[in-house]
Design a protein around this ligand. Structure first.
Ligand code: ZN
Length: 310
C-alpha cells in the first residue's frame, strides 16, 4: 500500500525549543503532499503478475499500472533490483522476475516503489506465492573424467565456474531484449529443466537449462537481441556462447561444435551465434540453453511461453 510523508506531523520529544518552526515546516510539507496526492491518487499503483506456474524455475512478468505519469519506478525481488519499462502498446510497466531453481516454497515479497512527477511516492508490497515442485531424476552415462575430473583440471573448472558466475551476477544497465523470445533451434525440447542428474551413478547439480534435439552443425539463432558476453571452451559445457540481453537476462548455449560470434559482438534476434555439437559433458549432440534472470536459473521454455516471438 502507498505510504506518503511517513512521520510528517509526528511530534518528536526533545524538540520543544523548535516546536513552532518544526510545526510550520511539517505543515508545509503536508500541504505539498496533499496536493501531490490529489494528482497521484494513492494507492496509485496496481501490481499484478503473470506466470506459467508459480514454482522454482519459473519466469514471472511483473505488471504495474499507474494512475498518474511516473517519474521513477523500481522494484526489488529475491534480493535483486527488478527493472521495469513502460510498454508503449498499453502503458503498462513490465519487468521480469526469476524464481530460482532452489527457491524455498512460500510467500516471497516484491516491493514496488514509484514516484510521480510531483514528488509523491508510493510503495506496494506484492506477494509471490511459490509452490513446491519435485523435479524428476535422470541417469546418464558419460566418460569417467566428467564425473570425477582429474586433479589437474580442478583449478580450470573452478576458474570457469567463477568467470561465468561473475557474468550472471551482473546486470547490464541497457535493456537489449524486445518483444518475444524465439526458439534457437527448430528441434523439440526434451523438457529436462531442473532434473536431478545422476552421472554414472553419482548425483550432480540439477540441470539448470533445457535441452533441444538437434543434430551436429544445426545453426543456433539468438532468441533475442544481445551482446556477446563470453565465448569459450569450458570443461563441462564444451564450446559455449553467453548472450547478454541486458537488465540481468542471459542466454547460455553449451556443447557447440562451432562458435560464429566474438565477445562484444551485438546480435539481433535470429542471428546465428554458433552450431550444435557434442563438446563437453554430453551423451550426444544437442543444444543446451540456460537462461539466467538476475542470477536465477529459470526454464527457457517459461520465457518463450510468457513472451512468445511474433
Ligand atoms: Zn543440458
Amino acid at each position: 500500500m502507498g505510504v506518503e510523508a511517513e512521520g510528517a506531523g509526528v511530534e518528536k520529544p526533545g524538540m520543544n525549543g523548535m516546536h513552532g518552526i518544526a510545526r510550520i515546516v511539517m505543515t508545509a510539507a503536508l500541504a505539498a503532499c496533499t496536493i501531490t496526492a490529489a494528482a497521484f491518487v494513492n494507492p496509485a499503483l496496481e501490481v499484478s503478475h503473470r506466470a506459467r506456474a508459480m514454482h522454482p524455475g519459473e519466469v514471472v512478468v511483473l505488471e504495474v499500472r499507474a494512475r498518474a505519469p511516473l517519474a521513477d519506478l523500481s522494484a526489488t525481488a529475491f534480493g535483486h533490483e527488478i527493472r521495469l519499462f513502460q510498454d508503449a502498446s498499453d502503458g503498462v510497466w513490465r519487468g521480469l522476475v526469476g524464481i530460482d531453481l532452489t527457491t524455498e516454497p512460500g510467500v516471497h515479497e516484491v516491493v514496488v516503489r514509484a514516484s510521480s512527477a510531483g514528488g509523491g511516492q508510493a510503495e506496494v508490497v506484492h506477494a509471490l506465492d511459490v509452490a513446491p515442485k519435485e523435479f524428476p531424476t535422470r541417469h546418464l552415462k558419460v566418460a569417467p573424467n566428467y564425473v570425477d575430473p582429474p586433479a589437474e583440471v580442478i583449478e580450470r573448472i573452478l576458474r570457469e565456474q567463477e568467470e561465468t558466475a561473475a557474468i550472471f551476477r551482473s546486470a547490464s544497465p541497457e535493456r537489449l531484449w524486445r518483444g518475444g523470445f524465439a526458439r534457437p533451434v527448430p528441434g523439440r525440447s526434451t523438457s529436462s529443466f531442473g532434473r536431478r542428474s545422476v552421472f554414472n551413478g553419482e548425483a550432480r547439480n540439477p540441470h539448470s537449462g533445457t535441452d533441444f534435439r538437434a543434430g551436429k552443425g544445426v545453426p543456433i539463432k539468438a532468441p533475442n537481441a544481445a551482446t556477446v558476453a563470453l565465448t569459450g571452451d569450458l570443461y563441462f559445457s564444451g564450446k559455449v556462447v553467453i548472450l547478454d540481453h541486458g537488465w540481468g537476462l542471459y542466454s547460455y548455449f553449451a556443447h557447440l561444435s562451432a562458435i560464429d560470434v566474438a565477445e562484444g559482438d551485438v546480435v539481433e534476434q535470429g542471428d546465428v551465434v554458433g552450431r550444435v555439437g557434442a563438446t563437453g559433458r554430453v551423451t550426444g549432440p544437442h543444444l543446451h540453453w540456460t537462461v539466467r534472470l538476475n542470477d536465477a536459473r529459470v526454464d527457457p521454455l517459461a520465457l518463450m511461453e510468457l513472451l512468445p516471438a511474433d
